[in-house]
Design a binder for this molecule. Structure first.
Ligand code: SF4
Length: 308
């Protein structure tokens, strides 16, 4: 077994290479714990792209999915941006293409088009403003128009609509296949098994699941809630890596995944060795965006900042 490298050896090599080659590593919190340990920044997708823009490193490796690496490139056009695993897409981000959206805009000509950050850069070029799950309510409240076309996640949209009943919303049938695996029945069983646990739910879940939660919020919001509250037990209704990361951060608390199946297979495509290969220049894919696409997508993101 002497020729098998340990996880620690690979991590050490990555840490050495990123210093030598002026690389900043971003890891979305749905990545595995061994990748989070070697990252310069961990967190939600938009927060990571902001951190990358502030970093002085000339190269950024995004351990996540394609739309996240594109967002990094939109905010940091002069940096070399590498997506850790070229096959890591996001099914939700790819549910609507530009021709479908063009048709929707004709159908709802007087609506402001709001897209979730989980969309392709191309799609963002046709949208008025984008939102994150944490900022959606605040930003949509600040839009002057009372008619909103919200894409692509109708479940996140329904949660936002509930909090802004004065506005009129149009949705399309879209959503995250990972979060849609969680059902009301699973919630009832989990509550029965852990009657003292607080239920923390991501708003990409079905409305009947969110309706039973003690807290609904972004991934960062869920992690902060569990870390900041004195409560001992939590049922976690988002991607299962969050349960694992929280166990490391709060060893005196108990975390139960709402569903064993809440695993994003695209997020799990990246391995520690993929990250090493990216550092070595033998893996990953460099993200290239046409200037026109980048500039129009940036406008959509900048409007989010103005309204937020
Ligand atoms: S968890 Fe859902 S929204 Fe996030 S990357 Fe996976 S499929 Fe896309």
């Amino acid at each position: 077994m002497d020729n098998i490298r340990s996880l620690r050896d690979v991590q050490d090599e990555i840490i050495r290479l990123k210093k030598e080659k002026d690389i900043c590593i971003l890891a979305h919190v749905y990545q595995s714990h061994d990748i989070l340990e070697i990252a310069d920044y961990t967190g939600d997708s938009y927060g990571l792209s902001v951190q990358a823009a502030k970093s002085e490193a000339s190269t950024v490796i995004m351990c996540g999915v394609r739309f996240m690496a594109e967002t990094v490139k939109i905010l940091s056009p002069d940096k070399k941006v590498i997506l850790s695993s070229p096959d890591a897409g996001c099914p939700m981000a790819e549910q609507i293409d530009t021709s479908l959206l063009a048709g929707l805009k004709k159908r709802y000509p007087d609506h402001t088009v709001v897209c979730y950050i989980n969309t392709t850069s191309e799609l963002k070029t046709l949208c008025d403003v984008c939102v994150t799950s944490a900022s959606a309510v605040k930003i949509i409240k600040n839009i002057e128009n009372d008619k909103i076309l919200f894409i692509p996640d109708c479940n996140l949209g329904a949660w936002v609509k509930e909090q802004i009943p004065e506005k009129e919303f149009a949705f399309v049938q879209g959503g995250c296949p990972t979060h849609l695996r969680m059902t009301k029945n699973m919630v009832l069983k989990a509550k029965e098994a852990h009657p003292d646990a607080k239920l923390l739910i991501h708003p990409e879940c079905l409305p009947e699941v969110s309706a039973l939660a003690d807290y609904v919020g972004s991934t960062t919001g869920i992690m902060n809630y569990a870390k900041e509250h004195d409560h001992k037990e939590y049922i976690i209704g988002t991607e299962n890596s969050i349960t694992e990361h929280l166990q490391y951060e709060c060893p005196d608390k108990y975390f139960y995944p709402l569903s064993k199946d809440c695993v994003c297979h695209n997020m799990k495509l990246t391995s520690l060795v993929d990250v090493l290969n990216c550092c070595n220049g033998t893996g990953g894919e460099e993200i290239i965006l046409e200037d026109d696409v980048r500039e129009k997508a940036l406008r959509c993101i900048n409007t989010m900042l103005e309204l937020g």
